[in-house]
Design a protein around this ligand. Sequence first.
Ligand code: PRP
Ligand code: ORO
Length: 185
Amino acid sequence: MKDELIELIFQEEAIIFGHFVLTSGKESDYYINVKKLITNPKALKLIARLMKSRVEEMGMGFDRIAGPELGAVPIATALALETDKPLIIVRKKKKEHGTGKQIEGEINPGDRILLVEDVTTTGGSVLRAAEILEKQGAEVVVISVVVDREEGAKEKIEEKYAFLPLVSVSELFARRGLVRIEKRE
Ligand SMILES: O=P(O)(O)OC[C@H]1O[C@H](OP(=O)(O)OP(=O)(O)O)[C@H](O)[C@@H]1O
Ligand SMILES: O=C(O)c1cc(=O)[nH]c(=O)[nH]1
């Protein structure tokens, strides 16, 4: 399944080259456009199945699945359908009207959460979501991501949580026989 995902990433042109500014403000000469995968039913199903089997292999029990806006929402939804576990969506900021909520979905104190993300670079975005969930009494037990860019997220996340990337960027580059000149700061 993992090889199939790596193939799809190239087939769907979910890795592109050029000059990109990232969420963290860092700059990069490549970009993982996971949106290409999460809008493709075949790829989305594959991601959900792979995440489910990897989490099961770890033997990690969880009660709910959470995904931060935006990229993780389809992934968390597909995984909720695959596992029959309830879904939680974490907004980037509180809704400014209506319910005023930042979290959609129920959380009971002590609920064990599988938190998913599309891409991790510094890990800042997913760790912010984890903090928001924990303020509501949840316990984040594992963070799973489709592609980890290996730019510090793993080290930061593993200070507190189990981390489960489906694919790391070095595996993508190795598959294509590409050599990364250097990691940009
Ligand atoms: O690990 P980090 O350094 O925090 O970077 C990764 C984050 O950047 C992207 O989000 P983006 O802000 O592009 O949001 P989107 O999903 O709403 O497009 C991605 O979806 C992660 O959330
Ligand atoms: O760090 C980011 O913002 C980022 C990097 C990347 O490769 N893809 C993405 O969607 N976001």
